[in-house]
Design a protein around this ligand. Structure first.
Ligand code: XIL
Length: 364
């Protein structure tokens, strides 16, 4: 309690005291408390660098999150920059931070078409060598056995524009080297290395009410069905949830139906990378904050009405460190911070934070 109050006061130090119009964090509770009380996950992506250099930020992460995931340090490029020399140190540091603070951690991501070291891309182009796929998964999952809540085994494997079988991303170096079978192998090897870890298929761009997202949802469901029919140990779908408030339509019904279809397969669901891009929104930041909070509330209310949904991780927690401010397609051209996360650049809670609390409170 003390910690929560102290860090709230620190975070709010820049706010004129008399200008406080919202209830304080100390009164409202934290996402960590509210989520944990309901046996739900609330977590955030972090990096060792920001946790080490920014103490108020680190305290916010401790106060608010019951789960952490590395934004980049558990990707293959970071762990195996040179072939065969696995560097688990950054992930270990994060895990030590999480364990010290009573938080769980998830691993992101064993396989992706991005964030691969150059040596690996070159070897994959030379052709099929199963060890390039299996050794890494065996060693990495094995190294953290019993300490990771879950692993994103595969990430972003559907790409409908490429015209490949089952809408798979055929431009992926993994697909090119191994064909679609790499997906099954990856889950089997990961499961053997840590039978207790929840194994995820994590996917992007599944949320919008637009034709191409509908096609993506259909392809994801078909892939999951196929894997399950074959007895492949896939346990959950990670829905990244990088929403775009002013670019893509969203309707509750569409999301609700998709969540039901996934849970009907017997799978768990986690919102894994929630944030809401505000680019192209109105010039007034207060208006954008209100729009984003309303959209976030609707989105999470639908998610938390489903028993299969385990919770939500945001991709960062404060606008101070958000990929939305640097990624070309989301950033503001005038350099202003994107406002897609629950806390602003001064670590003050925004409307989205309070609406997220409300959504967690309404969880069934
Ligand atoms: C992003 C990170 O946030 C960036 O810092 C990095 O440069 C690129 O990757 N989907 C994912 C995440 O699965 O790993 C991505 O993270 C965001 C989109």
């Amino acid at each position: 309690m003390n910690i929560t109050r102290r860090s709230f006061l620190a975070a709010g130090a820049a706010m004129p005291l008399l200008g406080l119009t919202r209830p304080s964090l100390a009164d409202e509770g934290t996402l960590r408390q509210v989520a944990t009380d309901r046996k739900l996950i609330y977590g955030t992506a972090v990096s060792t660098g920001t946790l080490a250099k920014d103490k108020p930020f680190a305290q916010l992460v401790i106060d608010q999150a019951n789960m952490l995931v590395a934004e980049g340090e558990t990707k293959r490029k970071a762990i195996e920059p040179k072939q065969g020399r696995l560097n688990f140190a950054p992930t270990e540091r994060l895990l030590a931070f999480a364990e010290k603070n009573g938080q769980r951690m998830r691993g992101h991501t064993l396989l992706w078409h991005e964030a691969n070291p150059d040596w690996l891309l070159a070897k994959l182009e030379e052709g099929r060598d199963d060890k390039l796929l299996t050794d890494y998964i065996e060693k990495t999952v094995g190294h953290f056995k019993g300490r990771m809540h879950s692993w994103d085994v595969i990430n972003e494997v559907i790409h409908i524009d490429e015209g490949g079988e089952e809408d798979l991303r055929i431009s992926s170096p993994w697909y090119k080297a191994f064909g679609s079978g790499y997906i099954e192998t990856a889950f089997q090897v990961a499961h053997a290395a840590d039978p207790d870890a929840l194994l995820f298929y994590n996917e992007i761009n599944l949320e919008a009410d637009v034709w191409w997202a509908e096609q993506r949802r259909t392809s994801v469901l078909k892939l999951l069905e196929k894997l399950l029919k074959k007895g492949i140990p896939v346990h959950a779908l990670g829905i990244q949830s990088h929403l775009k408030a002013y670019r893509l339509d969203y309707t509750d019904e569409v999301m609700s139906r998709f969540l039901d279809e996934v849970s009907d397969l017997g799978l768990k669901i986690l919102i894994t990378e929630f944030d809401i891009a505000d680019v192209e929104g109105p010039a007034d930041p207060a208006q954008r904050d209100a729009d984003i909070a309303a959209l976030g509330r609707r989105y999470l209310d639908v998610a938390f009405s489903k028993p299969a949904v385990l919770g939500c991780l945001t991709w960062g927690i404060s606008d101070r460190y958000s990929w939305l401010s640097s990624y070309d397609s989301y950033k503001w051209s005038d350099g202003s911070l994107s406002r897609g996360l629950p806390f602003d650049g001064d670590l003050r809670p925004k409307k989205l934070y309070f609406e997220m609390l409300n959504s967690y409170r309404s969880a069934s």
